[in-house]
Design a protein around this ligand. Structure first.
Ligand code: CAA
Length: 246
């Protein structure tokens, strides 16, 4: 396999961490970005180093275009252009629509959706110029079916689908694929933060496979989409949700 340079936003936690590890373990050089408010970045790098894995890590506020520009300029100067971009960074600020504050709407839309524009804009032209690239946007089952208390998150995740299909059309002839992966409920801190009563009474009963997904299961799918084998898969939204939404 050709060794590529991959960048994973939010690459130190949850699904992002599993993707970083998987892309590393299949032989790519992996750059992870993390939120400037994350004080555990050095500890994470040390933890990975202890398992024999080396990553380059950069702080960036993916919701902020100027921060993404600065981060990309630094990565290009220190490492070079990237081949694989995984737009994974995301947050939830769940609230019934009645109680949803404008600030929580803006935070979720900018972190989950503006971020896809902000980061993709920095890299896609290098990919088209060089004739090879992979862009994978991590959406959610919530973007397909909606979620109680998640108008903000669902809107952002659904928006990623339209972005993905449109950009896929624009870059298809240049060797660049753009796809969306829509995980269901995966065993990460984001999901285990859901009140237990709601998890037991509302969410788990709706998953035909009968359990939460594992981050590694999502990472394996992302690694496939980033591979040469997936050259004919573009503009797709691939669900990985235990049958929750077919
Ligand atoms: N489906 C149906 N009804 C639900 C529900 C659900 N998923 N969640 C809550 N309700 C119901 C409650 O049972 C309750 O009903 P009653 O009034 O009859 O008792 C009513 O809605 C109000 O619920 P709360 O008392 O919890 O109201 P709240 O205002 O305190 O909180 C909430 C509302 C923030 C939405 C809270 O219910 C909650 O956190 N729900 C879980 C949201 C969720 O599933 N988030 C997923 C996060 S993980 C993720 O998003 C990752 C991914 O990509 C899949």
């Amino acid at each position: 396999m050709t060794k590529r340079i991959a960048l994973v936003t939010g690459g130190m936690g949850g699904i992002g961490e599993a993707i970083s590890i998987r892309l590393h373990d299949v032989g790519h050089a992996v750059v992870v970005t993390y939120s400037p408010s994350n004080t555990g970045a050095d500890d994470w790098l040390a933890k990975m180093e202890a398992t024999g894995r080396q990553f380059r890590a950069y702080p960036v506020d993916v919701a902020d275009y100027a921060s993404c520009q600065r981060c990309a300029a630094q990565i290009k100067a220190e490492i070079g252009p990237i081949d694989i971009l995984v737009n994974n960074a995301g947050i939830t600020r769940d609230s019934s629509f009645k109680k949803l504050e404008k600030e929580a709407w803006d935070a979720v839309l900018s972190t989950n959706l503006d971020s896809v524009f902000n980061m993709t804009k920095q890299w896609y032209e290098d990919m088209t110029t060089r004739g090879w690239g992979r862009i994978v946007n991590i959406s959610s089952v919530i973007g397909c079916k909606g979620g109680f208390g998640q108008t903000n998150y669902a809107a952002a995740k659904a928006g990623m689908h339209g972005f993905t299909k449109s950009l896929a059309l624009e870059v298809a002839r240049k060797g660049v694929t753009v796809n969306t992966v829509s995980p269901g409920f995966i065993a990460t801190r984001m999901v285990t933060a859901v009140p237990d009563e709601i998890m037991q009474s509302k969410i788990l009963p709706e998953i035909p496979v009968g359990r939460l997904g594992q981050p590694e299961e999502v990472a394996a799918l992302v690694a496939y989409l980033c591979s040469q084998d997936a050259a004919f898969v573009t503009g797709a939204n691939i669900s990985i949700n235990g049958g929750q939404h077919l």
